[in-house]
Design a protein around this ligand. Sequence first.
Ligand code: PXP
Length: 250
Amino acid sequence: MRLDTMLKLGVNIDHVATLREARYRGRNVGEPDPVAAALICEAAGAHGITAHLREDRRHIQDRDVWSLREKIRTRLNLEMANSPEILAIALKLKPDIVCLVPERRQEVTTEGGLDVAGNTVALTETRKRLSDAGIEVSLFIAPDAAQVEASAKVGAQFIELHTGAFAEHFDQERDRIRELDRLVAAANQAHGLGLKVNAGHGLNYRNLPTLHRVPHLVELNIGHSIISRAITTGLATAVKEMLAAMEGYR
Ligand code: PXP
């Protein structure tokens, strides 16, 4: 399969930092090191690394994102809230792509994605500042027609479809089919509007084969299931097994 049409894997390494902070919060030291983990993921075939620099710095710290920027050789996807403080960091850091995500309750739609339709002015302003700095922009949204349409209006290059509801309802057939249909419809709509489509949240080794039915996917951002499996199999094996589960997507 040609590399540019292959479904890509971005590994979210936040959970590695969560484990470190559980023991070393407030100190500039400690294990496990999310940057070392990122390098193992890259060596195992991951196409990118995702890290969320939260306003409350609950897991990833500023030093982590600077070290990632310096050391990783694939793409750095910085997840962040649309906040002035984090935006200023992003503009200096220059990740390859920023994914804007909700952090506070009032920014969250009922399905848990960013309320792009209700915040088009502010999001367009941020999108322009990131575009001017040469950084691509993705918006993390629920598979909802109004949010997809608003994302195109904002001028983002990518959306990331929130797969949380699909993952949550995976074991209830009727709900699973409904959530899958919503993802398929949103992906088709986004593609038609010229948006590139990523997906993430709650994806795991079990629900991934079903996700293959969603068209136009460019990249999946996966964290929890890979880091969890790594505890028993090791990180390189966990990444390789996820890539194998993604194989055959067209
Ligand atoms: N994509 C986005 C935008 C996220 O916020 C997260 C969770 O931090 C993920 C993907 C990864 O989700 P998970 O850890 O459930 O794989």
